[in-house]
Design a protein around this ligand. Structure first.
Ligand code: SAM
Length: 274
């Protein structure tokens, strides 16, 4: 009879956040697949759990995935852990879950620490409807295409970001969403220096241009106002046209598109882009 795959979340900072159920599963499985075995070994030693570890990360996942599936089909149980937080959420795991599901293996996800949910819940922004956007691409063009596709998104948006890319990201977001859009920057969650900075893009830029950002961040961004309440200024329309041009659209096409979408005069937008 086939074994099982457990997705086991681990603390995103505070070691006290590992649950009794997670401990029990980690102690009872046949082996643990870990994103970085050195990181997971520290946590397992802390809990005095000694189990065989195999590595499963971005660059070996196709090879290792097959082996893990084979072992589970032969009757072993496996727990998948990532370095911190919930496996399969901007972390390796998505493919292993798919492979197991395709092989008819039962997958059991244990609820627990997850940076996106922790940040959303304390952001102070609407939580009823939200969209998780993960990490933006490091390539300028695809970042802007991604952000541009979210310009009129009305749901709260959640992003992961590394500290050294934060300023660039805030600048790009401010261009697309407007400097007065609200953002909650959730830093070092569950750790000693946990902080939630509820501000606007203008406020965030002012602060982090002054003091370089440190630690891990989740960015929670307010959604756009509903269409009927929204009026686009000439300044915003021109910015929109410039972004489309940077993405390779001709001036004429970019201006036509923006004029159609905003209802503002084509000639005025055209002149302002020159
Ligand atoms: N799977 C993990 C989860 O769901 O929590 C996320 C892994 S992803 C590779 C790492 C990113 O999560 C970091 O770059 C940061 O954006 C966010 N993150 C993780 N821990 C955090 C923390 N303690 N405080 C703030 N953000 C955190």
């Amino acid at each position: 009879m086939a074994g099982m795959l457990y997705l086991v979340p681990t603390p995103i900072g505070n070691l006290g956040d590992i649950s009794t159920r997670c401990r029990e599963i980690l102690s009872s499985v046949d082996f643990i697949a870990a994103e970085d075995t050195r990181v997971s070994l520290k946590l397992l030693n802390h809990m005095q759990i000694h189990k065989p570890l195999v590595s499963y990360y971005e660059h070996n996942k196709s090879l290792k995935g097959d082996k893990i599936v084979q072992r589970i089909l032969e009757g072993e149980t496996c727990a998948l852990v990532s370095d911190a937080g919930s496996p399969a959420i901007s972390d390796p795991g998505e493919d292993l879950v798919r492979q197991c599901a395709e092989a008819g293996i039962t997958v059991c996800a244990i609820p627990g620490p997850c940076a996106v949910i922790t940040a959303l819940s304390i952001s102070g922004l609407p939580t009823g409807r939200f969209t998780f956007e993960g990490f933006l691409s490091t390539a300028k063009k695809s970042r802007m295409t991604h952000l541009e596709a979210l310009r009129n998104e009305q749901r709260t948006m959640v992003f992961y970001e590394a500290p050294h890319k934060l300023l660039n990201t805030l600048e790009d977001m401010s261009r697309v969403f407007g400097s007065e859009r609200r953002i909650s920057l959730c830093r070092e969650l569950t750790k000693l220096h946990e902080e939630v900075f509820r501000t606007t893009f203008a406020g965030a830029l002012a602060r982090y241009e002054e003091t370089p950002p440190k630690g891990e961040f989740v960015l929670v961004v307010e959604g756009a106002q509903p269409e009927e309440e929204k009026t686009c200024t000439m300044e915003e329309a021109v910015e929109q046209a410039k972004i489309l041009m940077e993405q390779g659209m001709s001036r004429k096409d970019a201006v036509r598109k923006v004029a159609q979408e905003t209802g503002l005069p084509k000639n005025a937008i055209y002149d302002a882009t020159l």
